[in-house]
Design a protein around this ligand. Structure first.
Ligand SMILES: [Zn+2]
Length: 112
């Protein structure tokens, strides 16, 4: 255990007191811990998340990883670039399979 010192505005303090009073027998430390745990769960788990895409001109028949649409040689698909991060859809391991996405699917993911 360690004592932390941080600054909150009046509104947040009032909210913390109210939550601590209502749910944690007035124990503000327990209320803060529950809030942080809840936030962590909401933010998702640690893993690999898509940071962006690199355009790739395919030289074989290819398929979008997400919607499975078929693409001819010479068309442009998008290869994801992964980084470590936290997200509900974070992958536990880097994918081993070929992963290309069409522009529609890549734009959907990139905006999450
Ligand atoms: Zn697609």
């Amino acid at each position: 255990m360690k004592r932390l010192n941080f600054t909150l505005d009046d509104e947040t303090i009032a909210l913390l007191y109210r939550i601590a009073e209502q749910y944690y027998h007035g124990n503000k430390s327990l209320a803060v811990r529950a809030a942080v745990e809840s936030l962590a769960a909401h933010l998702g788990h640690e893993g690999w998340v898509v940071a962006g895409f690199v355009p790739v001109e395919v030289d074989n028949d290819a398929e979008c990883h997400i919607c499975h649409r078929h693409f001819e040689p010479g068309e442009t698909l998008y290869r994801p670039v992964f980084r470590k991060g936290r997200a509900p859809q974070a992958l536990p391991h880097l994918p081993r399979e070929q992963w290309l996405e069409c522009s529609d699917c890549a734009q959907g993911l990139a905006h999450e």
